[in-house]
Design a protein around this ligand. Structure first.
Ligand code: SF4
Length: 377
């Protein structure tokens, strides 16, 4: 469901109207520092306090203002107009001050490289619009369907494959999941529903409860999967009510989080995921292979090791979806394959994510395999 605002061209501005800053800080003014996770505010207040411009972000992490040619009179890069900066303080607190190469900073700081056009990089790289089965529902794979629960996110990842997704064109309406529910009621071959977006956990517990209750009323549904980066970027989003609701559902509930680098896995994050796991909700992680962020074996090893040490299963390592503006993040497939091979040498099999790519129109994610290794073995 569309829960966010759009720019003039109707593209995603993933941040919901609900979270436009009010009394917390005005444009151009920095939010309260120091940046810390030790005294968390309510997650909705954390959304309001989030940093909303590249210049604010640079200042918050102790970097000088961007003086490149691409910066407009408003202090923003052109890429920020279509896909604004949005970084919660809880995430920014994990960035090393004054390090322009910090792997977390790279995921959220707009750069001029986003404005360079590359052949093969498009606005809808995985064919989401062709998979629109009903307002607010993407149905690509057998037995599973995805609800675009909201267009709002708790962070804006510069490599996001939905960074230009036209939520307005999906026909979904804010807080009205009825068309999605009707579609799922009719399709008795669907047994799993995925709540995605945007980020479904930018929706309040009360609204999520309403949605889950409606889904539980569809007899052929068996599983509920949530895809969310909120447990990573605003860990206090894992509330007691949320844990209780998911663990008590008639549907078997699974949580898929999204961390790309071990530095993202703070104590607060791991405490939140432990609550879910202790309550019987399995937690999986998906990561995107990103140049300058996690394209070294040691980093990926440490990410997977920390995940399994905390009972989180490394699920997918995604080859970058070729979305416009993200070409500078792409890592060659050969590098990814080599890294997976290196992981196998030091970690148990259950700690190795599946290296996959999504191809528009395919019946599932496509595993990326080392064919030479298969032939030789
Ligand atoms: S990657 Fe996920 S959390 Fe990040 S902007 Fe895209 S949908 Fe939102």
């Amino acid at each position: 469901m569309r829960n966010g605002s759009t720019n003039q061209s109707g593209k995603i501005l993933a941040t919901s109207d609900e979270f436009v800053p009010t009394a917390f800080h005005q444009p151009g003014e920095l939010p309260a520092l120091p940046l810390t996770e030790s005294e968390p505010v309510h997650w909705q207040e954390a959304m309001k306090r989030a940093i909303r411009s590249s210049q604010q972000l640079r200042k918050a992490v102790g970097l000088p203002p961007d003086s490149s040619k691409g910066v407009g009179p408003d202090g923003k890069l052109a890429g920020e107009q279509n896909f604004p900066t949005f970084a919660p303080l809880e995430f920014v607190a994990r960035i090393e001050p004054r390090n322009a190469d910090d792997p977390l900073l790279k995921q959220v700081l707009p750069v001029t490289a986003e404005e360079v056009e590359h052949v093969g990089f498009a606005s809808d790289p995985v064919g989401d619009l062709n998979a629109l089965a009903s307002p607010g529902v993407l149905h690509k794979y057998e037995g599973r369907a995805l609800i675009l629960t909201t267009s709002a996110c708790g962070i804006h990842c510069r490599y996001c494959f939905r960074r230009e997704f036209p939520y307005q064109q999906t026909g979904s309406r804010k807080d009205d999941w009825l068309p999605s529910i009707k579609y799922l009621q009719q399709r008795t071959d669907i047994e799993e529903v995925i709540l995605s977006g945007g980020d479904p956990l930018t929706t309040t517990d009360e609204k999520l409860d309403q949605l889950i209750t409606a889904l539980e009323g569809i007899p052929h549904l068996k599983r509920l999967r949530l895809h969310s980066r909120m447990p990573i970027v605003i860990p206090q989003r894992i509330t007691g009510e949320l844990v209780k609701r998911l663990s008590s559902s008639r549907l078997s509930a699974w949580m898929v989080i999204h961390a790309n680098h071990p530095q993202e896995l703070s104590e607060s994050v791991l405490s939140g995921t432990a609550q879910l796991i202790d309550a019987g909700v399995p937690v999986l992680n998906q990561a995107v292979l990103l140049r300058g962020v996690n394209d070294q074996t040691e980093i990926l090893t440490e990410l997977c090791r920390r995940l399994v040490n905390h009972r989180i299963q490394p699920y997918y390592l995604h080859q970058l979806d070729r979305v416009r503006g993200a070409a500078h993040f792409e890592v060659p497939v050969e590098t990814g394959l080599k890294m997976i091979e290196n992981l196998r040498a030091v970690l148990p099999g259950y700690a190795i994510p599946q290296y996959v790519h999504e191809e528009a129109g395919e019946k599932s994610k496509t595993p990326i395999l080392d064919t030479n290794r298969e032939i030789n073995s």
